[in-house]
Ligand binder design. Structure first.
Ligand code: URA
Length: 421
């Protein structure tokens, strides 16, 4: 077998065999296939796609490239994944809600890159919080508390890590087969048996339209079935940001507001739906019964207590959340209905304020970010504060078309497009 023949096969739209895909992954990991050869193959895959069998093989060999976590001793565990978006702090809310309903959540999360944040950075904005637990500590905490969230282990699906880094710099991220196999190889390696995936759709997400998001969800469900994992996908809106706060410590503040049951809105609504699906999967009860338990634990304080227990177990102190010293209010020069808030532009602004990184080596300012002072469909008067920005930087650029304000109200925005299983 040789890599040039394999690249040519894919260029000519032919299917690669299981052995050929094994060869590619093994030899790339051994350093016997060069980055430029792998990039060429990835581009051919982006253009010509892959059959289901090829995708199952790619997922299998990326999973087998590293360790596999065995969570079977934990019993009733449900995992959750989001394909990433602006202001997405759902894991920090859903984990405690679901755990308080008696379903364990053993979560591995990533750091942020580009305009989307990462849950680990958000959690690490809590002074003292550690995302580095040994496997034994992780399993013990899931058993005792019901929820743990640690930084993705480099030994799980290392082939995905190496290939993802290459995709990131070669224009080969946006391929549905590559995204599906990348996500599912990590989930299989991290021991998931039941999984709810929030597939974000819109300008602030990796997948921009519902057709592609549907294909991605169908594929992840198929990969799940092939590997004996029950997968439920929720297609949710990422044209507008989730909630009002963007930026690490600011997002933790909003998590606390939701868990204290002090705040309504799209973030709370999405978290309730995702948590209900997880509780329903985990306990084998119907959706309405799961929804009742979720709402009850939000209102009786059990979900918030679980959050405090989780943060304490990972050595965080939420009484010492850092605050930015510099805040600037941005006011409206128009009057009318706030019909759109551009998630992508807000994500990029938040990154330029210091809340994110454009390169994995950049340092994050945990206090930087944005609070939206108006919600979608609100009526705005000239001079009203639209958003407050928090930064320690002197140089940043605020685009003037983040907010779409006009005379007629557009009621056309949906939060959840569909649930697929
Ligand atoms: N998230 C992943 O883990 N992999 C991808 O390819 C895209 C998003």
């Amino acid at each position: 077998m040789n890599i040039i023949e394999i690249i040519n096969k894919k260029r000519l739209k032919m299917c690669l065999s299981d052995e050929e895909i094994k060869y590619v992954i093994d030899e790339y990991m051994e350093g016997n296939i060069a980055d430029y050869q792998m990039s060429s193959l990835l581009m051919a895959i982006c253009i010509n796609g892959m059959s289901d069998e090829e995708i199952f093989s790619l997922t299998k060999y990326m999973t087998l490239s590293g360790d596999r976590l065995d969570l079977s001793s934990l019993g009733n565990v449900v995992d959750k994944h989001s394909t990433g978006g602006v202001g997405d702090k759902t894991t920090m809310i859903i984990g405690p809600i679901v755990a308080s309903c008696g379903v364990k959540v053993a979560k591995m999360s990533g750091r942020g890159l580009g305009h989307t944040g990462g849950t680990i950075d958000k959690l690490e904005s809590i002074p003292g919080f550690t995302s580095e637990l040994s496997e034994e500590e992780f399993i013990r905490q899931v058993n005792n508390v019901g929820f743990a969230d640690v930084c993705q282990n480099n030994d799980l699906a290392p082939a995905d890590k190496k290939i993802y880094a290459l995709r990131d710099v070669t224009g080969t991220v946006e391929s549905i087969p590559l995204i599906a196999s990348s996500i599912m190889s990590k989930k299989i390696a991290s021991g998931a048996r039941k999984l709810v995936i929030d597939v974000k759709v819109g300008c602030g997400a990796l997948v921009k339209n519902i057709e592609d998001a549907t294909k991605l969800a169908e594929l992840m469900i198929k990969i799940g079935k092939f590997n004996n994992i029950e997968v439920v996908c929720v297609l949710s809106n990422m044209d507008i940001p989730l909630g009002n706060n963007i930026g690490n410590a600011l997002e933790v503040e909003e998590v606390i507001d939701i868990l204290k049951n002090n705040k309504q809105g799209n973030l709370r609504d999405l978290c309730i739906e995702l948590a209900s699906l997880m509780v329903s999967l985990g306990l084998g009860i119907d959706h309405d019964e799961a929804l009742n338990r979720v709402l009850e634990n939000l209102s009786n304080g059990k979900a918030y207590d679980k959050f405090l227990e989780f943060v304490k177990a990972q050595k965080g102190d939420i009484t010492k959340l850092p605050q930015a010293s510099n805040k600037i209010e941005i006011r409206s020069d128009k009057e009318g209905y706030l019909n759109n808030i551009d998630a992508l532009k807000l994500g990029e602004l938040s990154m330029s304020l210091g809340a994110g990184r454009s390169n994995m080596k950049d340092k994050i300012d945990y206090t930087a970010g944005i609070i939206l002072n108006k919600n979608i469909f609100d009526y705005v008067n000239i001079g009203d504060v639209l958003m407050t920005i928090y930064t320690n930087k002197d140089n940043y650029n605020i685009p003037d078309d983040i907010f779409d304000i006009s005379n007629t109200k557009n009621n056309d925005i949906k939060l959840i497009y569909k649930v697929m299983r």
